[in-house]
Design a protein around this ligand. Structure first.
Ligand SMILES: Nc1ncnc2c1ncn2[C@@H]1O[C@H](COP(=O)(O)O)[C@@H](O)[C@H]1OP(=O)(O)O
Ligand SMILES: [Mg+2]
Length: 323
């Protein structure tokens, strides 16, 4: 099977990172949330990137990693205590970790986009993480601009599972699986194969500033979806489409940030998870997402994720609105 080693290492690394994030999350005090104290998310974000980059640097030393974080802030003398907290959390999984190692692993994630690279969001959906809602650890391998392997660990996502904690894994040409966070008994999943069922739903961000909720509601309606949206943070939304929970995920540019360009780590893992489950992912103009241009999807605007059947209808509705 293609990319078997890459897949296994990515799963191991992302699950370890998810475990670290959950430990931190359970220790967030309600007061910290009220005070909008971002320290829990900072510790988990850095710890997650350190653990994953440690694994990738060991197993694939020649592959660049384009991660969301860098250690510049953590290297400041006034951050010594925070750094040692991160090292403690990482050390619970990778024994004897030193602060210097943490810094160098995090900075291993400062690579550039090339012919073959990994991209990582150590905590996608930081606002959801702080609210104790959805978040994801998202890791993907990209070759020649195409995502080949994607792993999404969603520790708080339940869908139809018995308990929260879902992992989605996709390899190009080999389908998408979903399992619990023990990775046991992965089940092949498929998008919902209907385009005019009154129960079809669409997903969108919780954060209104990350999209255009009014326009998203109109477009979903034009595509025949009559149910209210399901609002969810992070790339867990891609998992919802891949598993058939939703038929559509719309992320149209917010009127406040019309020129926003999406980041590769916010979409690479999710894209392959949906495509390999039989769905489609493009930008709002129907163009495939181009992961070869750098850290931002500079040639794309907005994101449309569907079960495939609804896709052309959605793009046509968007074109009609702008013509
Ligand atoms: N104006 C914006 N439009 C779309 N996405 C945004 C915008 N500002 C931030 N984001 C990104 O949305 C992602 C979370 O999305 P969701 O709402 O689906 O959970 C974050 O990775 C965040 O990136 P960043 O971390 O760089 O701020
Ligand atoms: Mg993100």
């Amino acid at each position: 099977m293609a990319y078997e080693t890459e897949k296994q290492i990515a799963i191991k690394a992302a699950l370890a990172a998810g475990q670290l994030c959950e430990r931190v999350r359970h220790e967030i005090s309600p007061e910290a949330i009220e005070k909008k104290d971002r320290s829990p998310v900072t510790i988990a974000d850095f710890g997650s990137q350190a653990l994953i980059c440690r694994e990738l640097a060991t197993e694939f030393p020649n592959d660049p990693v384009v991660g969301e974080e860098d250690a510049a802030e953590l290297k400041q003398p006034e951050m010594a205590e925070r750094l040692s907290q991160v090292a403690d959390y990482v050390g619970a999984i990778a024994p004897n970790t030193t602060p210097d190692q943490v810094v160098s692993w995090i900075d291993h994630g400062n690579g550039s986009v090339g012919p073959r690279y990994w991209t990582l969001d150590p905590i996608d959906g930081t606002k959801g993480f702080l609210r104790k809602d959805q978040y994801a650890v998202a890791l993907a391998l990209v070759e020649d601009g195409e995502v080949k392997v994607g792993v999404l660990v969603c520790p708080a996502l339940q869908l139809s599972a018995a308990q929260p904690g879902l992992m989605f894994v996709a390899v190009r040409g080999e389908g998408t699986t979903m399992s619990g966070l023990d990775g046991q008994n992965p089940q092949t999943i498929k998008v919902v194969s209907s385009e005019n069922d009154p129960n079809l739903r669409f997903v969108e961000s919780v954060e209104s500033g990350h999209g255009n909720q009014a326009q998203q509601a109109e477009i979903a309606k034009a595509a025949g979806i009559t149910q209210d949206s399901l609002r969810m943070d992070s790339q867990a939304k891609y998992g919802a489409v891949a598993s058939g929970e939703a038929a559509l995920y719309l992320r149209l540019p917010s009127p406040k940030t019309p020129d926003y360009r999406e980041k590769i780590w916010d979409h690479a893992a999710g894209t392959i998870v949906v495509e390999e489950a039989g769905g489609r992912v493009t930008d709002m103009h129907g163009k495939p997402l181009d992961f070869s241009q750098g850290a931002k999807l500079v040639d794309n605007q907005g994101v449309v994720v569907s079960n495939g059947l609804l896709h052309d209808k959605v793009i046509a509705a968007l074109q009609q609105q702008t013509s």
